[in-house]
Write a protein that binds this ligand. Structure first.
Ligand SMILES: Cc1cc2nc3c(=O)[nH]c(=O)nc-3n(C[C@H](O)[C@H](O)[C@H](O)COP(=O)(O)OP(=O)(O)OC[C@H]3O[C@@H](n4cnc5c(N)ncnc54)[C@H](O)[C@@H]3O)c2cc1C
Length: 531
């Protein structure tokens, strides 16, 4: 891998990347010529956001130290600090573009690693149980295995001469000047029992410790206010199982993604992994969580509005047990609204904003925030840290809007204002129009891929087209017959009782507030592309 990565740093894949840039409209930011801003930057958290931050910081600081509590180098499987990473993950088109800039050769390397790279519009998306008209969009998504992608990015960053990863070490808090106006380092502790607390000095500290970030507490310890948290409770869970592919089934890259909607609230992401096996991630909102026991899992699959998925896994060999991850709410910590924020500190990734994962925005959001970090470093002489936080907030506005508005379509998520109801009424028509018209699919995928802002879906020519195509839209979504119950074994009464053949919105249980992998949770948005 090392040699391959080195070789891949030479510019390659220009044709595909150029086409992607054209699709993006040429708005990719160009970094300024880096200059040295300080001796050391410390990044807390070495997952996706921390690794991307380290890549950018390595251009501006003599030394970059990434601290993670896990062993992260060379890890391509489950690890405790990012247990969500084994569930279906896709990198949106916008994220792919940003990463291609930071990591030349990404496309070829991803293919060599076996990661499926697909055109967004050519995946089999189902909205409201209807397949969309598939079409080439020029927008690529990298899927397969998030830990493999993450390890690839980290290997490249760890290979930079001025970047070091300190593994098995907890970041405990911040160190600041006597007047607390500037952060000057972090307190860390190795995980070996009896290890002393140490101080790691830094000119810039970046918090990328994810959704469970303790930065609000660390700021409070220094006498700063905590950021306001915007939350949308969704009571979501993913349950994922991987299967060996049988010869002759699903040759070529495959992705079948029935997206959850109020009438079909059970969703799934079914696609190939880097090893050619299949991963099936089931999603359930508002407490309707996919079970982990084999019978319950299969029964949940059977109730999906796309029978192909059940057919694919019914007799397939699982490679392990199903694993679950609960996600109570989307959370946006509004650091940009604080009136005081210490110098020498930045924050990014899920630590700022963590969205309902079904929309597949998190890694791309982290990449977008890293472009803000790069802009900040480029103009640092003129700006204080709050200009960076405002830039980050601007980047997060559209993904948050997309995600939360769509989630509000589910009765029980929260009160819906008239604009939200109008938005969602239009969105369901647009999704119906996508079943007929590739032009509509293309427009939608650009927004879902975070390439175009949501307002582009309201442009008059598209709006007219959508309303014309949706004139015959039935009042309710189709209710496809569930996949047949496998013979000969009849369902036990317990399984049958726990698994209705289709889950009407009214049967969705209320939010599982507070239950889950962390204290609160997230949102929606008409689609997530990319698993
Ligand atoms: C089920 C699920 C599916 C998802 N699907 C997608 C998808 O399809 N596409 C997409 O783009 N996004 C998806 N996401 C979101 C994506 O996983 C996150 O946005 C992404 O992981 C953000 O990474 P991060 O680096 O900010 O945080 P994390 O990945 O959570 O990493 C935080 C890191 O900090 C370390 N750490 C934490 N605290 C400390 C400490 N005190 N000291 C030292 N180290 C510490 C942890 O060990 C970890 O390595 C999904 C999320 C979930 C939950």
């Amino acid at each position: 891998m090392g040699d391959h990565v080195a070789a891949s740093r030479t510019a390659r894949s220009g044709g595909m990347i150029d086409r992607m840039r054209a699709a993006f409209g040429g708005r990719q930011s160009t970094p300024g010529a880096p200059r040295i801003l300080g001796d050391r930057a410390v990044v807390a958290g070495g997952s996706i956001a921390g690794t991307l931050a380290a890549r950018v910081l390595s251009d501006w600081y003599r030394e970059v130290v990434v601290v993670d509590r896990d062993e992260v180098l060379g890890v391509t499987g489950m690890r405790k600090g990012a247990s969500h990473a084994v569930h279906a993950h896709g990198l949106h088109a916008r994220g792919y573009l940003i990463l291609s800039d930071l990591f030349p050769g990404l496309l070829d390397d991803a293919k060599e690693l076996g990661l499926p790279v697909r055109d967004f519009g050519l995946m089999r998306w189902y909205f409201n149980a209807r397949p969309i008209a598939r079409t080439e969009t020029g927008l690529l998504s990298v899927a397969g295995n998030r830990p493999v992608l993450e390890n690839y990015l980290r290997s490249r960053v760890a290979g930079l001469p001025n970047v070091t990863y300190r593994q098995h070490a907890d970041v405990l808090g911040l160190v600041a000047t006597a007047d607390r106006g500037r952060v000057t380092g972090v307190r860390i502790q190795e995980r070996t029992p009896g290890s002393p607390e140490q101080r790691l000095d830094a000119d810039l500290v970046v918090d990328a410790t994810g959704r469970g970030s303790r930065l609000p507490v660390w700021l409070a310890e220094l006498g700063y206010e905590r950021p306001v948290e915007e939350r949308m409770t969704i009571g979501l869970a993913y349950t994922t199982r991987t299967y060996r592919r049988r010869p002759g089934t699903f040759d070529g890259p495959v992705a079948i993604n029935p997206v959850a909607s109020p009438e079909h609230p059970r969703g799934a992401f079914f696609g190939q992994t880097a090893t050619g096996d299949f991963r099936l991630s089931l999603t359930g909102i508002l407490g309707d969580h996919p079970p982990t026991d084999p019978a319950g899992f299969e029964e949940y699959v059977r109730t999906l509005p796309v029978a192909d998925i059940h057919q694919a896994v019914r007799d397939a060999d699982p490679t392990g047990d199903a694993v679950s991850f609960t996600f109570p709410a989307s959370v946006w910590r509004h650091y940009e609204r604080l009136t005081r924020f210490p110098a020498g500190l930045a924050v990014l990734g899920d630590a700022v904003c963590s969205f309902n994962p079904v929309y597949g925005q998190g890694m791309t959001a982290a990449a977008m925030q890293v472009t803000a970090l790069r802009r900040f470093l480029d103009g640092q002489s003129a700006a204080d840290g709050r200009s960076y936080l405002r830039d980050v907030a601007r980047q997060m506005r559209h993904p948050w809007q997309l995600s939360t508005r769509t989630d509000l379509d589910f009765p029980g998520v929260g009160p819906r204002s008239l604009p939200i109801r109008l938005h969602n009424a239009y969105l369901v028509r647009l999704q119906y129009a996508m079943t007929k018209d590739p032009e509509v699919t293309r427009a939608y995928m650009r927004v879902a891929g975070l390439v175009d802002p949501p307002r582009t879906l309201w442009r008059l020519p598209l709006l007219v087209r959508v309303l014309r195509l949706a004139r015959d839209m039935p009042a309710t979504a189709p209710v496809p017959a569930p996949a047949p119950v496998p013979a000969p074994a009849p369902l036990s009464p317990t399984v049958a009782a726990s698994a209705p053949s289709s889950v009407p919105a009214a049967s969705v249980r209320p939010p599982a507030t507070g239950a889950g992998d962390e204290p609160a949770g997230p949102v929606d948005a008409g689609q997530r592309a990319g698993s």
